[in-house]
Design a protein around this ligand. Sequence first.
Ligand SMILES: Nc1ncnc2c1ncn2[C@@H]1O[C@H](COP(=O)(O)OP(=O)(O)OP(=O)(O)O)[C@@H](O)[C@H]1O
Length: 667
Amino acid sequence: MTRGVSSTAQFNFDRRLWRRFIKIAQPYFYPQEHRLNFWGFAALILVLLIAVVCIAFFVAVGGTLLGESLAPVFVNKYAGGLVKQVKGLVASPAIFWAGGGLIFSALAFGLMRRAVLPRWKQWSLLGLLLFLSFAVNGANVSLSYIFRFIDTALGEKNQSTFWLNLTLYGGLIITAIPILVGYRFTRLKLGLYWREWLTQSFLSDYFNDRSYYELDSNSSHTEIDNPDQRIAEDIRSFTSVTLSFLLDVLDTVLTLISFTAILYTISKPLTYGLLLYATVGTLIAVLAGRRLIKINYDQLRLEADFRYGMVHVRDNAESIAFYRGETQELRQVSRRFGLVIGNFNLLIIWQALIDLFQYGYNYFTRVVPYVIVAPLYFSGQTDLGTITQAYIAFSQVLGALSLVTNQIQQISSFAAGVNRLGAFEEVLSRPDGLEPPVDSHIQTQTAQQLSIQRMTLLTPNSEQELVRDLTVNLAPDERLLIVGASGAGKSSILRAVAGLWTNGSGIVVRPEISEMLFLPQRPYMLLGTLREQLLYPRNEETITNEQLQQVLQRVNLPYLMDRFNWDEILDWSTVLSLGEQQRLAFARVFLYQPHYAILDEATSALDVTNERHLYHQLQSTAVVYLSVGHRPTLVDYHQKVLELTGGGAWQVLTIEEYRLKLAQMVG
Ligand SMILES: Nc1ncnc2c1ncn2[C@@H]1O[C@H](COP(=O)(O)OP(=O)(O)OP(=O)(O)O)[C@@H](O)[C@H]1O
């Protein structure tokens, strides 16, 4: 299986991408089913921002006043202007606005408490993060002033101002470093909590309704490739990139507010021209970015395919070694890697094209403020300083407006990740599960006694009809053996009984699935300890090692305890022989004690003596079993036989009838 480049998915910066983004991002902060849904969420973010601005205001004012009351001489000497300004603010209506903003925010959060209270941790962290982001910005602005003063003092050879500012610099750094560290830490922490939550949510959907089985993610026609990568990696980058974009946008807004005003006072045409320029630049970037989304999407998938090819070799190392299949495997892995490289090549070509545009976009603009403001200067309408200030303000506003243009690569790769997660989420949360839309399904009814009523079973792709109109009734102590040629559909009947396959019609009557234990053809060995292996699929703490020991004895595996530790984690499917694995699977039946055990060629790798021993052990318990198998020896342990004769036909025989048939065939 190696998929080519995807053709079905749409790749665009459109409503669907936005909807997917919100669908994934929102639930951690705000329940999706809430009546206000997105607007409630968006409003709360805005309210949080208002609250943070107000708090930042009070902290700044309070800090300055506290500083003045603690060390009035020092503060007034070195930051007299600031104290005066703050005192002015306290006397102005700004203080009431800030107070009002806080009360308003508290009321809004109070009103939404049902949605927010269970999510207090993420909202508090987000609030703290925004606050720290303001603080970091504030520190940066203060630093720029201090450096300006230092430079001026040097120019003027003003020693006292120079040393004073150097001291202030030291003081500021001492306060700013913990703020910076705290900011980074909070951002990572919130990203981590968010990732944890989102991953858990995806994992529970993935294991719900057997989605992991239905997704069929290894076939070439699958809708959802590499779910493991989507859960492990796409979520990680989603949470961290979303947070950093949120902060970038906040930064942009702050810059825009402060510098557009300055620029506007210097030159109106420059401001309008800049807005137009940035809009056109953004549009071009978005157009180019659309192509990049698809390339990034393919890149993520091809990388995951390549990695999966390697994992596949690791998981099947012994079989490959027996076959000496290295050449084939090397070819399949290299082919996957070739696709990775090919697509990456495309990616760098597009990046180069976009770089061309970005460099042009950024360098050409440098002269614009000069071109527009210089004539004013030459005609004496303005001074030299204005040109410098215009240049600084212009660069700041341009930088802010070019957020999309300059980050289009990152944005499009982020959009590719959002599409992968979004499509995955949509499939997992489909109301009808992952079932294909078929007119009729095989129904399941619950009863103590297993039976099948008029069941017609098709393969999931409806290519083959495996049995037609099958009816099997069993007495409580009757054990059924299913026989038939290879590929006739024996295992598929078991899949239908387990509810894994439902394509067809009719009814399967069976006990609760928790009262049944299925032993598939290939015993499944989980990644865990021997103890967990035996207890699988349960994990009961109450079962003692002595009990496990007894069961191992019962299935002729007592020597495992000498060879292995109970808590040793090994790759059991390679450490144990197939026959040992099959005996271990029987041990699970004895520990689990289900009402029904469904054995699909569960003793095919065992010698006849071991097989007899296991069936005798099973007969000594209350477990009713049903077997699928080819071996004639199995006949002895069953009372009824269901024979699949091909093309959907079948017959139910008593054991005597079947023995007679076998004898005639031999004769
Ligand atoms: N996921 C699937 N999609 C489509 N067809 C399938 C799928 N799985 C199995 N089949 C087909 O369904 C048919 C029945 O398969 P099944 O595993 O039930 O056979 P079986 O009788 O148990 O064979 P064996 O004795 O060799 O184990 C086979 O032709 C098989 O190729």
